[in-house]
Write a protein that binds this ligand. Structure first.
Ligand SMILES: CC(C)(COP(=O)(O)OP(=O)(O)OC[C@H]1O[C@@H](n2cnc3c(N)ncnc32)[C@H](O)[C@@H]1OP(=O)(O)O)[C@@H](O)C(=O)NCCC(=O)NCCS
Length: 435
């Protein structure tokens, strides 16, 4: 049991003072205030009632450490309701199953997240036009994309590209909601261009001119292939975009909120989010899934491969979730698409391996597949290179990140949790040549 876990118990955390992250009442370096006995009664010759017993000393308050902030509500949000025990996900009250089954588009979901309602037809046409009008990059960013190392991680390129977008913002420091909604649409429209153009440039290919007649999903596929995609590929990616668009206080959204809550700018917030999404415990897991499937190679090798990893206490990518204790509600949509696509491609081994891994993990560890587990096979089946899987996650999550940043600024409060200090106290400096 860790030192911190030993300290778990009731009590509340106090706010920081004198620049330290500790609660003065728990006895780490600062002496706890001592309980004062009740004032003694004045001496009296005729004692008719006993002196009241002193109040029992209040129990010392022991800080509760929520490692990884698990189970902590850090803010309120109208945007998405992640129901971990039920395995349900709602955007503004709409179940994602309802959104997908009603053929709502990614652009409608962007509107929903920014405006808190589904658009009318005119409003949809307006937001589509605005997004398409923002399909351009400053020359400085195009120069960066063509000069960037050919073997760079596209997530690093994206993080740098979005950070650079801030340099070209001509709107100044003004940050009212209308301007930030405008910036949000620009960021959503430009992220696919940064990824698509870098992907072309790293192969030594020309950068295709943007097209204004294609949806967000179709345009991204066009950017990376140079060809207009099929309606089926577009629909598949559009659904993937929708179900990745928003997900409560996940790690990257938290980063975005923390950054903008200092009243920094929206580009800084989305840059923070991209850096956070990259990690293999978050968005990077979808790339890990394909690497795993490639390494396993064939369905007959799954059992021994998984057992070996479990024996070494290694994580299986795409399995498990901090919030969902049952099946991730996004997984069945991706699973259905993965089954269809691999059948059509005549490559059922990907889904066969995935199904067996999921079954073993369910039985052995009571863990279910998460969003990344089947999205990897979907993207792979669409012919998308593996290192673009996490950038695709970023394209769709930009809708949620920007909505969360707007919501944060609508009712801002700085995030400033505490750390329970466990280091030494009162050390004296030994002169450097005597250490
Ligand atoms: C998502 C994730 C980080 C959530 O983790 P968490 O809430 O911190 O849970 P923990 O890592 O503490 O795991 C709890 C237990 O389940 C096990 N576990 C969780 N995910 C596991 C996985 N993918 N493979 C094997 N074991 C796993 C842990 O080893 C631990 O077991 P133990 O109690 O015997 O030590 C974790 O499930 C994970 O690393 N998954 C793989 C990466 C991934 O797919 N990320 C995308 C998330 S959408």
């Amino acid at each position: 049991m860790s030192f911190l876990k030993k300290l778990f118990g009731g009590g509340e955390q106090k706010s920081s003072c004198c620049g330290h992250d500790h609660d003065h009442s728990h006895g780490h370096g600062h002496s706890a205030p001592q309980p004062q006995p009740a004032a003694a009664a004045a001496p009296s010759a005729a004692v008719t009632s006993p002196v009241p017993a002193p109040e029992p000393a209040p129990a010392p308050k022991i800080p509760v450490v929520h490692r990884g902030l698990e189970g902590v509500y850090a803010n309120e949000s109208k945007l998405s309701d992640v129901q971990g025990d039920e395995g349900k996900l709602y955007y503004l009250g709409y179940n994602i199953d309802e959104l997908v089954n009603s053929h709502v588009s990614f652009e409608e979901v962007i509107f929903l997240l920014h405006k808190y309602k589904l658009p009318t037809r005119t409003e949809l046409e307006e937001i589509e036009a605005k997004l398409r009008a923002r399909r351009s990059l400053p020359q400085g960013i195009i120069d960066f994309l063509t000069a960037a190392p050919k073997n760079a991680d596209p997530m690093d390129v994206l993080r740098t590209g979005v950070s650079m977008l801030g340099l070209y913002d001509t709107l100044g420091n003004d940050s009212d909601r209308t301007l930030n909604e405008d910036r949000s649409l620009a960021i959503i429209a430009k992220i696919p261009l940064i990824i698509g153009y870098y992907h072309r440039a790293r192969q030594g290919l020309s950068l295709p001119p943007v097209r204004l007649d294609l949806s967000e999903a179709a345009h991204f596929l066009y950017l990376i292939t140079g060809e207009e995609p099929s309606a089926k590929a577009t629909k598949t990616l559009d659904i993937a975009y929708i179900i990745h668009a928003e997900h409560g206080m996940n790690a990257s959204t938290f980063s975005a909120r923390v950054t903008v809550a200092t009243l920094s700018d929206i580009y800084s917030a989305i840059t923070s989010a991209i850096g956070t999404l990259k990690g293999p415990l978050h968005g990077g897991a979808n790339e890990g899934v394909i690497h795993m499937l490639e390494e396993i190679g064939s369905p007959d090798k799954v059992d021994s491969w998984v057992e070996e990893r479990l024996a070494k206490k290694e994580k299986i990518m795409g399995i498990g979730h901090r919030v969902y204790k049952v099946l991730d509600p996004r997984a069945p949509h991706l699973r259905a698409m993965a089954i269809k696509l691999t059948e059509e491609l005549g490559e059922p081994k990907w889904i066969q391996m995935s199904e067996r891994i999921a079954e073993i993990m369910r039985t052995r560890k009571k863990l279910e597949a998460n969003v990344d587990f089947y999205s990897a096979t979907v993207y792979h089946s669409l012919g998308i290179p593996t290192d673009l899987f996490t950038p695709i996650f970023a394209i769709s999550r930009a809708a949620g990140w920007t909505a969360q940043v707007l919501e944060q600024l609508d009712d801002n409060r700085l995030y400033r949790p505490l750390t329970l200090y466990t280091g030494p106290h009162g050390l004296k400096v030994t002169p450097i040549d005597q250490r």
